[in-house]
Write a protein that binds this ligand. Structure first.
Ligand code: DGJ
Length: 729
């Protein structure tokens, strides 16, 4: 039984072979956090709680003056009864008060895991995989119930959490804040790590010590954002890639979020995560229910690398869905950087022909195929093929591609509308806006109001038609701006601050319907590159365009940072032209191929214009990718040298049975008269003998891991090496 309830002490113990999570209901009322970490056996778990009356920390329990909510490690803290730290939630009642008294009422433990209404969430394929605990707290004066939901998986070091409010009372209540989780750590001697960036520079790693006060990341952009990924980790001071305690939390949500860590004067640390409370509220009517998004909580005793590998497996197997979940993806060529908006059918066919000749399997037609879209100034919303560019329509082009034995894919940006479009002229109130205020454009476009049911229905119908109009095997779902003037013409004043979350619920409904209607289409989500790279989108679309920056050197950092949470199979990763369109840098084709081969390989250039030698090299690399793609996409990742630390980067993927591995080594700037570098590999089998690069030398796994592999002395900038390791039988 992975969830035990010790009624005598009021303790819940959630565990599997690696992890324990303990909660105690103190005085039959207050859910206290006892422990989260490496698996423990417990006898005196409640002894971990010590109470001491502290000045200015009031007690809600007259018989226990030593007790205070202010010092209790809590599972879901409130504000207003003595805990002066950051609360998990805040409600406002009809009389204006924000005081609540939610205390333990009941609990339920069941096998498996129930879906979360309207939101993406992790799932089980069989009830025996996991067990779920729902603790219900009630404020009897308000008639409000709060469900704290925890699931522990048998085979993953993962606990999932979410919360939901249920209103059984009689007066309206405004939810002002509703975080999805809160955990109080009994000390604050941690570093925190998060992934930050901007367009073209996503998910760069930052690691800093915790300090007194609050450290926070968030998005108020209407998307999870390029700026901050909905993920943070706490690491013990000595934790590195292999060793140490690491706690990672990741929100399954694609909109505004907040993650914060508060250190109080007694050196405890409160980690919480959920929908960003800034500019959010939700009117809960009697009979209503509000569900917050789910958080994945990973504990690793094997450092950051261990945490990443757990996230990778879990996201691949229990968040991503659909026919593509467990298979490698076709190698694609996308026309965007080759042509931008300036293409015709002939040009596209030339790219497809050249791609096919080199072994590319899927041709993707990007932006510019519809309306009068000569540039980014018009036509979003008018999803009718431009016959000037494509006289035979999508069907004609798709037929040509398919006859060649390739698949056909299409770019769309459903959530947006150009002011210069028939859709906008017909429905000017269908975009997010505030009456009497400016409608601030970004990339010349406005955001459709997906909080409105009729707008969502319209998009479902429109894109059902588009996807049926030609045989489409792949869709790139783009979203190229963030939200401004967030308001909805369809919502009453007291619900205006619900708009951004309702937008997400609308978006999830649309993509749920379309991915269900078109189960054989491979969907890739995108937001100006990786502006919405999160588990929420991955639930519907099993891969994401990692960044609009295709420069191989910058991509080392972006992909390395992304790998902290996300597996290689979900990272769209393309070889593009030089000088690179984003940074003007020229890197060798082989390095561009190798970097792209550490994710989901694709191409995005005028491949027909490559020299004969370059074409030969591309064909060879494609062949090589076929050999390694199962290992890269589904193997275990070991990061060996960080591009954030210097000029050398290296990481490797090891197949589940440890029979095969692929090592990538990159050097960005060569240094004069360099030292010899010896790289210790990881994740191999000590006893197995590995042959390197087919015909190279043979080494024991222990040799490679303990003594290391000599790296070449490098003279050239932007050098890259791919080593293929195969165990001898
Ligand atoms: C942004 C995407 O990230 C690009 O790859 C491309 O699809 C453009 N949008 C098209 O407008």
């Amino acid at each position: 039984m992975p969830i035990e309830w010790n009624e005598k002490d009021g303790i819940f113990h959630l565990y599997n072979s690696k992890v324990s999570y303990l909660i105690q209901i103190v005085y039959g009322k207050y859910p206290a956090h006892l422990y989260w970490g490496r698996r423990v056996q417990t006898n005196q778990a409640s002894a971990i709680l010590t109470f001491k009356g502290r000045a200015f920390s009031p007690s809600t329990e007259p018989d226990h003056p030593q007790f205070s909510l202010d010092t209790l490690p809590q599972e879901y803290p409130t504000f207003g009864n003595g805990d002066f730290r950051t609360p998990g939630y805040q409600l406002q009642t009809a009389d204006g008060s924000t005081i609540t008294e939610l205390v333990y009422d009941s609990h339920e433990i069941f096998q498996g895991k129930r879906p979360i209404e309207g939101l993406p969430a992790s799932y089980v394929e069989d009830e025996s995989e996991a067990e779920t605990l729902v603790i219900t707290l009630v404020d009897s004066k308000l008639g409000i119930g709060l469900h704290l939901q925890y699931t522990i998986y048998q085979d993953f070091e993962v606990i999932t959490r979410s919360v939901a409010f249920e209103h059984l009372g009689s007066q309206d209540v405004q939810i002002l804040k509703c975080m999805s989780m809160s955990v109080d750590f009994h000390h604050a001697d941690w570093d925190w790590l998060h992934l930050h960036g901007t367009w073209g520079r996503e998910r760069h790693i930052e690691r800093e010590p915790l300090h007194q006060g609050t450290q926070m990341i968030s998005s108020a952009r209407g998307a999870s954002s390029h700026q901050h990924n909905p993920f943070v980790a706490l690491l013990s001071k000595s934790a590195d890639e292999e060793h140490g305690d690491v706690y990672g939390v990741s929100l399954i949500y694609s909109g505004n979020f907040q993650a914060s860590i508060d250190v109080d004067p007694f050196e405890t640390a409160r980690l919480s995560m959920g929908i960003n409370p800034f500019d959010f509220s939700w009117l809960l009517k009697p009979g209503g229910f509000f569900q917050a998004p789910e958080v994945l909580m990973v504990y690793s005793s094997e450092g950051l690398g261990g945490m990443s590998r757990t996230f990778h497996k879990f996201l691949r197997k229990r968040v991503c869905r659909g026919v593509y979940r467990d298979i490698t993806r076709p190698i694609l060529i996308n026309n965007w950087e080759a042509t931008y908006f300036n293409f015709n059918e002939r040009k596209l066919k030339e790219i497809a022909d050249a791609g096919k000749a080199l072994g590319i399997e899927l041709f993707v037609l990007d932006d510019g195929w519809f309306g009068k879209r000569e540039n980014a100034k018009s036509s979003l919303g008018d999803w009718v093929v431009d016959k000037k560019k494509l006289p035979n329509g999508l069907e004609g082009l798709s037929e040509y591609i398919r006859k060649k034995g390739m698949k056909f894919g299409l770019w769309v940006e459903p959530e947006m509308v150009s002011p210069d479009s028939d859709l906008y002229r017909k429905h000017p109130d269908w975009c997010l806006h505030v009456p009497g205020r400016n409608r601030t454009p970004s990339r010349n476009q406005l955001v459709l109001d997906l909080s409105r049911e009729e707008v969502c229905d319209y998009l479902i119908n429109t894109f059902t038609e588009v996807f049926q109009s030609a045989q489409i095997s792949y869709v790139k779902w783009d979203m190229n701006r963030n939200m401004t003037e967030v308001g909805s013409a369809a919502l009453p004043p007291e619900r205006q601050r619900e708009t951004a979350h309702r937008y997400m619920l609308g978006l999830y409904r649309i993509v749920d319907k379309l991915t269900e209607r078109f189960p054989d289409i491979l969907f890739e989500s995108c937001s100006g590159g990786g502006g919405r790279f999160d588990p929420g989108m991955l639930y519907y679309m099993p891969q994401t365009w990692t960044s609009d920056n295709t420069d191989a050197a910058v991509r080392l950092k972006i992909q390395y940072g992304t790998s902290i949470v996300y597996p290689a199979v979900v990272m769209g990763s393309h070889v593009s032209d030089v000088p690179n369109h984003q940074v003007g840098r020229t890197t060798p084709l082989v390095m561009r191929c190798h970097v792209a081969m550490t994710g989901n390989l694709g191409f995005e250039l005028n491949i027909d214009k490559l020299s004969g030698d370059d074409k030969k090299l591309v064909a060879e690399q494609i062949k090589q990718y076929h050999k390694i793609k199962e290992i890269v996409c589904f193997g275990d990742l070991y990061r060996l040298m960080s591009p954030f630390a210097g000029m050398d980067s290296a990481w490797m993927y090891v197949s589940e049975d440890k029979g095969k591995a692929v090592l990538f080594y990159f050097k960005t700037m060569a240094s004069p008269n360099p030292p010899f570098l010896r790289l210790k590999l990881r994740g191999l089998d000590n006893e197995k003998i590995y042959r390197i690069n087919n015909g190279g030398k043979d080494y024991f796994g222990s040799e490679l891991m303990q003594m290391g592999l000599n790296l070449p002395l490098i003279k050239n900038d932007f050098s890259s090496y791919l080593y293929y390791l195969e165990a001898l039988q």
